[in-house]
Ligand binder design. Structure first.
Ligand code: NDP
Length: 399
């Protein structure tokens, strides 16, 4: 079957490599992005190692007509969006116009407002239902695998889940004083925003990085982690019966935080346009241009990521605790596909989600978050495709 992959950055590199490892499902792929040179580089890197036929194209994913023309030419069976969240709606529009299933890894966010919410994409539910097409939202690791883990926990171990803590730990070291592991603009917008968590049907807002905890992560060790707002809180708050509280924590080292604070204090993380030498520029986009490209971190990054969820709830009237997580080694990911673990842990689930849709396992009309789908076949593929999971039925809880 044919997959159209939009974007040619760090995550796309992994999606391409993983599709090429699964040629029985992905017999043909097209890599289409703004800069065709990056698409061609990915083709070059993979084409001698695979049965999958690879083609490339230049496309502006903000332009629906261009996307539809490309779809008419390539005739894909699925469109995998691993460009930026700003392009989600135009790509969904193009999928509807051409008539193809859709999958992404990050929810829509308007370019001029640092706020991500599912409402814009959920508004497409009726249109996808009527067209008989499937749209899978947020199928990276977090969101993505965290939702699949939640559906799996609920299906197998709980009657109701009351508390979820999502813990995202990156114990990797790239050797730079400051760099981001995925798109710097999106990453900095996310971590400099106010934090929030979901409790008893309401959002509780916190100042950025206000809530800090320490956790001892398997195979990584003790790390400081901070509460952030994160998109899966919104969908899990609706899709998990009996839920009382969901929080999301991410680890940051002191050097990262000190640099970020300094950049914020001097105005470099702002998305308000300013005039510079007669030209309007956005400080955060300028910062992105001077920071290391996340795709270049692969060879330099050592250490491991550990991402998972701790659940508390009830089964047959008894209290149950359950922790499920994956540990991914930056260097092993690099050896396998030429990317560090943050891109790897995002790209592998995107490929598996697309495979689920193409095989008809996750195929139903409408717009869905991953926890609304059967988790079992996806969980099996995580083990086979490089992201095995570990269970702990007596975890240390986060206070
Ligand atoms: P990169 O910046 O490395 O790659 C983005 C790609 O999109 C680039 O190739 C870029 O092109 C392309 N692009 C940008 N704008 C357009 C456009 N208008 N038309 C066509 N192509 C365009 O980002 P990452 O690979 O790190 O991240 C990709 C996505 O994955 C993001 O949405 C990110 O939020 C998401 N993500 C999700 C995670 C999860 O766990 N769910 C974790 C990490 C990331 P160019 O080469 O010209 O710049």
């Amino acid at each position: 079957m044919k997959a159209l992959i939009i974007g040619a950055g760090g995550v796309a590199g992994v999606v391409v490599a993983k599709c090429c490892q699964n040629s029985d499902v992905f017999s043909e792929i097209m890599i289409a992005s703004r800069t065709i040179g990056r698409c061609d580089e990915l083709k070059e890197k993979n084409q001698d190692k695979t049965e999958t036929k690879i083609s490339t194209a230049k496309v502006d994913a903000n332009n629906v007509a261009e996307l539809v023309a490309l779809m008419n030419e390539f005739q894909p069976d699925i469109c995998i969006n691993v460009a930026l969240p700003y392009q989600d709606l135009t790509i969904m529009d193009a999928c509807l116009e051409y008539g193809v299933d859709y999958l992404d890894t990050a929810n829509y966010e308007p370019e001029d407002t640092a706020k991500f919410e599912y409402k814009w994409q959920w508004a497409y539910k009726d249109k996808f239902e009527k067209a008989g097409l499937t749209a899978i939202l947020g199928c990276g690791f977090d969101p993505g695998v965290t939702g699949v883990f939640s559906a799996y926990a609920l299906k197998h171990y709980f009657d109701e889940i009351n508390y979820i803590d999502i813990l995202d730990c990156n114990g990797g070291d790239h050797g730079y004083p400051f760099a981001t592991n995925f798109n710097p603009e999106i990453n900095i917008r996310e971590v400099s925003a106010k934090g929030s968590y979901w409790e008893n049907g309401e959002w509780i807002e916190t100042e950025p990085m206000e809530i800090k905890r320490e956790y001892d992560f398997d195979q990584v060790g003790v790390k400081d982690m901070y509460l952030l707002h994160h998109e899966e809180l919104e969908s899990l708050g609706i899709n998990m019966p009996g839920i009382k509280r969901i929080r999301f924590f991410m680890t940051f080292g002191q050097s990262y935080l000190t640099h970020l604070k300094c950049l914020e204090n001097v105005g470099m993380t702002s998305i308000e346009p300013i005039m510079f030498e007669g030209k309007e520029i956005i400080p955060l986009q300028f910062l992105k241009a001077v920071l290391p490209d996340p795709a270049s971190l692969g060879p330099r990054t050592v250490g491991k990521t550990n991402i998972g969820c701790i659940y508390q709830g009830k089964k047959d009237g008894k209290d149950v605790k359950y922790y499920i997580y994956n540990v991914c080694d930056h260097q092993e990911a690099y050896k396998e596909v030429g990317s560090q673990a943050v891109s790897y842990t995002t790209g592998v689930p995107a490929m598996i989600g697309a495979m689920m849709v193409l095989k008809g396992i996750w195929k139903k009309p409408g717009v869905f978050n991953v926890e609304e789908m059967d988790p079992d076949p996806f969980m099996e593929k995580l083990n086979e495709c490089g992201l095995p999971w570990i269970e702990n039925f007596n975890p240390v809880l986060v206070d």
